[in-house]
Write a protein that binds this ligand. Structure first.
Ligand SMILES: *[C@@H]1O[C@H](CO)[C@@H](O)[C@H](O)[C@H]1NC(C)=O
Ligand SMILES: *[C@@H]1O[C@H](CO)[C@@H](O)[C@H](O)[C@H]1NC(C)=O
Ligand SMILES: *[C@@H]1O[C@H](CO)[C@@H](O)[C@H](O)[C@H]1NC(C)=O
Ligand SMILES: *[C@@H]1O[C@H](CO)[C@@H](O)[C@H](O)[C@H]1NC(C)=O
Ligand SMILES: *[C@@H]1O[C@H](CO)[C@@H](O)[C@H](O)[C@H]1NC(C)=O
Ligand SMILES: *[C@@H]1O[C@H](CO)[C@@H](O)[C@H](O)[C@H]1NC(C)=O
Ligand SMILES: *[C@@H]1O[C@H](CO)[C@@H](O)[C@H](O)[C@H]1NC(C)=O
Ligand SMILES: *[C@@H]1O[C@H](CO)[C@@H](O)[C@H](O)[C@H]1NC(C)=O
Ligand SMILES: *[C@@H]1O[C@H](CO)[C@@H](O)[C@H](O)[C@H]1NC(C)=O
Ligand SMILES: *[C@@H]1O[C@H](CO)[C@@H](O)[C@H](O)[C@H]1NC(C)=O
Ligand SMILES: *[C@@H]1O[C@H](CO)[C@@H](O)[C@H](O)[C@H]1NC(C)=O
Ligand SMILES: *[C@@H]1O[C@H](CO)[C@@H](O)[C@H](O)[C@H]1NC(C)=O
Length: 746
C-alpha cells in the first residue's frame, strides 16, 4: 500500500489519493472525512473539530498549508505555530512554575482521582504559559528493561495500569484546553544507541526494536488505545526504529496501526531526529516536520487538535519566554505534596516503627536527605551524572526535567517537625562519610585551649571530666557513632536517571553499605528510597534492624513534606508498586543495553502486602454482548466502537478488619483460558477506597470488551477466548483474597 502525496513546489497542487483501509468499515452511520484512509473512521466528538479544521484550511493557499505543517506562522490567517513543550512534570523548563512529581510517581498512588487532579494542574500551567501542546503523558518507555533511563517518566511496565493512567492524563490535559501529545510511538525502550546523527541507514544507531505482532498489540499498543480513546490530539513517534525502519517513517506503525486500527485522528510529530527523509516520513505517516510533502489530511491533522480542545476560543494567554515572570503555580504545591505522600509505598513496617510519634532523637543519614551544594539542577543528559544524586533527588534529568521554584528537602521538613516536637536532630548528609577525611575529631583539651571557654568542673553532659567529650551532641563522627544514640535512624537513598543514558546499576554499593552500617548500630533503622525505576533492596530488606522501608518515585518540589507526612502518619501510606523489584538483576531476564529485541512480554508482579482486607462476596454479571468473539462495531476514534463496551462486572465487598481507618487498592486480576496465551494473571481493574475500621464497602469492577480480549494474530483482531476465566480480587498480585470463575463456551 502506498500513499500518493502532494509535493508542493510553488503553488502547484496535485490530487491526493489517501490510503485505502484494508479493514471492513461501515460508513452509513457517521459523517467523515478525508482524514483517514478513504474516510473510514467515525469521528464522534472529534467531528465538530474536523469541520472547523476543514473550514479553516479552506481559506489557505497551498503555500500556507505547507507553512502550517512545517511549524511556521500563517500571518494572513492569524495562525501562530503551535508551541509544544515537554512534559509530564510541567512545562520544561520555565521559571515560576510548580515542580511536579515525575509521571511514574503519580501512578504509584493507584488513585484515579489524584492522577486526574495532577494532570489537570500540570496542564493548567501549560495553558497559562501560552503553550498549546503538552508533550505528555509518557506511556513509554514501558519497561522492557529495568535499566532504561526513561522509566522514571513512563507510567508502569504493566500495560493495563499504564493505559488507565495514560487515558486519564490525556483526558485531563484536553479538558483543560491543551493538546495532549502522547509519547513515544512505539517501542522506545532504551536510551543506549537510541539516536544516530540523522542517518536512517546505520545498523547500530538508532537501534531497532523487533517485536512480534501479539506482543506489539497486547503490551505496547494497548495503552495508546486508552490515550486516543480519551482525547489525545498528538502522538510523538520515537527516534528509534521498529523492525529496522525509523518509527517516524514506519508506514505500518503509523498509517496502519495508529491511524487506522486505533483510529487516531490527530497529528503525528517527530521526536528529535526522528524524521529521516522528507518523503519517507510523509509517506510513513508523520504529519509535522520539515517536509515539502503533504496532503490535505496532513494539514487537517495539524489543526484538528487545536479545535478539539477549543484553543480557538480566544482565552489562552500569549506564550511567554521560559524566563518571564509569569507565575502559574496557583495552589499546585498542595497537589504535589498530596500525590507525593499518597504515592509512597510502605514495603516494610515492623516493631511499630512507623508512624513516628515525637521521637526523642532522630539521626538522618545520606546525601539524599538534604540540599545539594549547588542546585537543584538536573542536567539534560544523565551521561556521567548518575547513578545517584548527591542531594535530594525529586526530579529527573532530560526532557522530564522539573524546574523547581523551591525544593523542600527531607532535612528541612524534619527540622520544622523537630522544632514543633522537641526532637533532637543529628545528621550526616553524605553517602561515604568518614570523619577522618573531613577533620580530626577534637578532644576536650583542644577545645579548652581554644575558643570553648573554661571547664566548669561539672561531670554532667556536654562537659565531662575526661580527655575527650562524650554524651550530649558529641558523638564519634561516623555512621556508627551517630546511629548508636538515636531513637530512630532515617537513611535516605536515591537512584538517578532520565533521558539520555540508561542506568548503569540497579543497586548502589556506597548507599547499601551506609544502610547496613547504620542498621548494624541502630535497631530502628527506617530507609526512605526515591528511585527512577526498580531498585534492588536485597542486601538489607531482610535485616531485622531495618524496621521500615518507604519506596517511591521522584516526588517533585514538596518531596520532603510528602515524606514526613507519611513518616509521621498524617497520610496513610497507600501507594503500591508499579513494577517488580527483583532479588537479583538476573531475575529480570533481560540483557542490559541490547540491540533491542523486546519480544518477551512484560509480566509485572506487584509485591506489596500491608492491608487487612477481607472479601466477603464476589458476584459477577455477564452481559449479552460477551457472546460475540470479535468486536463488530464500526471503526471509530479508539478502535471499534464496541471494543469499549462494558461486558462483564465483578462486584466485591471489602471489610476493613484492622483497627485503623485506611485506604485499600482493591485489584482485579484475570486468569485467561489457554487460548489467549496470556500471562499467569493480568491486572484488569483497580479501585482505591477509604474504609473505616470495622466497616465494609462495595467495589464494582466493570470490564470492557477490551479488558477480556487478546490479539488474534490470524484474524488480525481482538478476540475473546473460549474456556475458563478466573477473576481474583486482592490487595496485590501476591495477596488474592477471593475469586470466581466463569466458563465461556465456543
Ligand atoms: C452499519 O451501521 C448501521 C447503523 O449502526 C446498521 O444499521 C447496519 O446494520 C450496519 N451495517 C453493517 C454492514 O454492519
Ligand atoms: C484539499 O481541500 C480543499 C478544500 O479545503 C479542496 O479544494 C482541494 O481540492 C483538496 N485537495 C485535494 C488534493 O483533495
Ligand atoms: C487577524 O487579526 C486581526 C487583528 O485582531 C484582525 O483584524 C483580522 O481580521 C484577523 N484576520 C483573520 C483572517 O482572522
Ligand atoms: C476556552 O476554553 C478553555 C478551555 O476549555 C476554557 O477554560 C475557557 O473558559 C474557554 N473560554 C471561553 C471564552 O469559552
Ligand atoms: C515487525 O515484524 C514482526 C515479524 O514479522 C511483525 O509481527 C510485526 O507486526 C512487525 N511490526 C511492525 C510495527 O511492523
Ligand atoms: C562525602 O564525604 C567524603 C569523605 O568522607 C568526601 O570525600 C565527599 O566529598 C563527601 N561528599 C559530598 C557530596 O560532600
Ligand atoms: C577562663 O578562666 C580564666 C581564669 O579564670 C579567665 O581569665 C578567662 O577569661 C576564662 N575564659 C573564658 C572564655 O571564660
Ligand atoms: C541491631 O542493632 C543493635 C543495636 O541497637 C545491635 O546490637 C545489633 O547487633 C543489630 N543487629 C543486627 C542484625 O545488625
Ligand atoms: C532497641 O535498642 C534499644 C536500646 O538501644 C532498646 O531499648 C530497645 O528495646 C531495642 N528495641 C528492640 C526492638 O530491640
Ligand atoms: C468486619 O469484620 C469485623 C471483624 O471480622 C466484624 O466484627 C464486623 O462486623 C465486620 N463489619 C462489617 C460491616 O461487615
Ligand atoms: C455490580 O457492578 C455493576 C457495575 O458497576 C453495577 O452496575 C451493578 O449494580 C453491581 N451489582 C451488584 C449486585 O452490586
Ligand atoms: C480461589 O479461592 C479458593 C478459596 O480461597 C482457593 O482455594 C483457590 O486456590 C483460588 N483459586 C485460584 C485459581 O486462585
Amino acid at each position: 500500500m502506498k500513499l500518493s502525496l502532494v509535493h508542493v513546489i510553488g503553488a502547484f497542487l496535485l490530487p491526493v489519493v489517501l490510503a485505502q483501509s484494508k479493514r471492513a468499515t461501515n460508513s452509513s452511520s457517521f459523517s467523515t472525512t478525508g482524514l483517514l484512509s478513504s474516510g473510514a473512521v467515525a469521528l464522534g466528538d472529534w467531528d465538530a473539530a474536523y469541520q472547523k479544521a476543514v473550514g479553516f484550511l479552506g481559506q489557505m493557499t497551498n503555500e500556507q498549508k505547507l507553512s502550517l505543517i512545517t511549524g511556521s506562522d500563517v500571518d494572513a490567517l492569524n495562525w501562530t505555530a503551535l508551541v509544544m513543550k515537554d512534559g509530564t512534570q510541567g512545562p520544561n523548563v520555565y521559571n515560576y512554575e510548580t515542580g511536579f512529581s515525575e509521571g511514574s510517581a503519580i501512578v504509584y498512588t493507584w488513585d484515579k482521582n489524584l492522577i486526574s487532579t495532577q494532570f489537570s494542574a500540570v496542564a493548567a500551567e501549560f495553558y497559562d504559559k501560552g503553550i498549546q501542546v503538552a508533550q505528555a503523558p509518557t506511556s513509554q518507555t514501558l519497561g522492557r528493561t529495568p535499566w532504561s533511563g526513561r522509566l522514571v517518566e513512563g507510567l508502569s511496565p504493566d500495560s493495563y495500569l499504564n493505559g488507565i493512567a495514560f487515558g486519564l492524563g490525556a483526558k485531563a490535559i484536553s479538558d483543560v484546553g491543551v493538546i495532549s501529545c502522547g509519547k513515544h510511538f512505539l517501542l522506545n525502550e532504551q536510551e543506549t544507541n537510541r539516536q544516530s546523527s540523522g542517518s536512517s541507514t546505520s545498523d547500530v544507531a538508532p537501534y531497532t526494536s523487533n517485536v512480534d505482532d501479539k506482543t506489539l498489540h497486547e503490551t505496547y499498543m494497548f495503552p495508546f488505545y486508552d490515550g486516543i480513546k480519551n482525547g489525545m490530539g498528538t502522538v510523538m513517534c520515537a527516534m528509534t526504529k521498529v523492525n529496522g525502519t525509523l518509527s517516524c517513517e514506519n508506514e505500518n506503525l503509523l498509517q496502519e496501526l495508529l491511524k487506522t486500527e486505533i483510529g487516531f485522528p490527530g497529528m503525528v510529530t517527530p521526536d528529535v531526529n526522528g524524521q529521516g527523509t522528507a518523503y519517507g516520513s510523509a509517506q510513513g505517516g508523520l504529519d509535522y516536520g520539515s517536509s515539502s510533502y503533504w496532503s490535505n489530511a496532513t494539514a487537517i491533522r495539524n489543526v484538528i487538535g487545536y479545535f478539539y480542545v477549543n484553543l480557538n476560543n480566544g482565552s489562552q494567554p500569549a506564550s511567554v519566554s521560559t524566563s518571564a515572570y509569569v507565575d502559574v503555580r496557583g495552589n499546585h504545591s498542595q497537589v504535589v505534596r498530596t500525590t507525593g505522600s499518597v504515592g509512597m509505598v510502605l514495603l516494610k513496617n515492623t516493631n511499630n516503627a512507623l508512624p513516628l510519634s515525637k521521637p526523642l532523637s532522630i539521626a538522618i543519614f545520606g546525601a539524599h536527605a538534604g540540599s545539594i551544594m549547588v542546585g537543584p539542577n538536573y542536567p539534560f543528559t544523565v551521561l556521567g551524572s548518575g547513578p545517584v544524586y548527591q542531594g535530594h533527588l525529586a526530579g529527573a534529568s532530560g526532557s522530564e526535567t522539573t524546574s523547581f521554584s523551591i525544593l523542600v528537602t527531607p532535612h528541612y521538613a524534619l527540622t520544622t517537625k523537630a522544632l514543633a516536637d522537641g526532637t533532637m536532630l543529628r545528621w550526616i548528609l553524605n553517602d561515604t562519610y568518614t570523619a577522618e577525611a573531613i577533620a580530626p575529631i577534637p578532644t576536650k583539651r583542644d577545645l579548652d585551649t581554644t575558643t570553648y571557654g573554661n571547664d566548669t568542673g561539672s561531670s554532667s553532659s556536654g562537659g565531662g571530666g575526661g580527655d575527650s567529650f562524650s554524651g550530649g551532641t558529641w558523638l564519634t563522627q561516623t555512621y556508627a557513632g551517630y546511629a548508636t544514640d538515636a531513637s530512630v535512624c532515617l537513611v535516605f537513598i536515591n537512584a538517578m536517571s532520565g533521558e539520555g543514558a540508561d542506568r548503569t546499576e540497579l543497586r548502589n554499593t556506597d548507599q547499601d553499605t551506609m544502610v547496613n552500617t547504620v542498621a548494624a548500630n541502630c535497631n530502628n533503622t527506617v530507609v526512605v528510597l526515591n528511585t527512577v525505576g526498580p531498585r534492588i533492596l536485597d542486601s538489607w530488606i531482610e535485616n531485622e534492624n531495618v524496621t521500615a522501608i518507604l519506596y517511591g518515585s521522584l516526588l517533585g518540589e514538596q518531596s520532603g513534606n510528602s515524606i514526613i507526612d507519611v513518616l509521621y502518619g498524617d497520610v496513610n501510606p497507600s501507594g503500591r508498586l508499579i513494577h517488580t523489584i527483583a532479588k537479583n538483576e538476573s531475575d529480570y531476564n533481560v540483557l542490559r543495553q541490547i540491540q533491542c529485541n523486546p519480544t518477551l512480554r512484560i509480566w509485572v508482579r506487584f509485591i506489596v502486602h500491608n492491608v487487612q482486607l477481607l472479601l466477603r462476596h464476589c458476584h459477577h454479571h455477564q452481559r449479552n454482548r460477551i457472546r460475540m468473539a470479535y468486536p463488530t462495531g464500526i471503526l471509530a476514534v479508539g478502535g471499534k466502537t464496541d471494543f469499549w463496551d462494558e461486558i462483564f462486572t465483578v462486584n466485591v465487598t471489602i471489610n476493613n478488619t484492622g483497627s485503623l481507618d485506611g485506604n485499600e487498592v482493591a485489584q482485579l486480576y484475570v486468569e485467561f483460558p489457554d487460548e489467549a496465551d496470556a500471562p499467569v494473571r493480568s491486572l484488569r481493574g483497580f479501585e482505591k477506597v477509604l474504609i473505616a475500621s470495622g466497616a465494609s464497602t462495595k467495589v464494582d469492577f466493570a470490564l470492557r470488551r477490551r479488558d477480556l480480549s487478546y490479539w488474534d494474530v490470524v484474524a488480525q483482531d481482538w478476540k475473546i477466548a473460549t474456556g475458563e476465566y478466573t477473576f481474583s480480587v486482592g490487595a496485590s498480585s501476591r495477596d488474592l483474597r477471593a475469586n470466581i470463575t466463569m466458563t465461556l463456551g465456543s
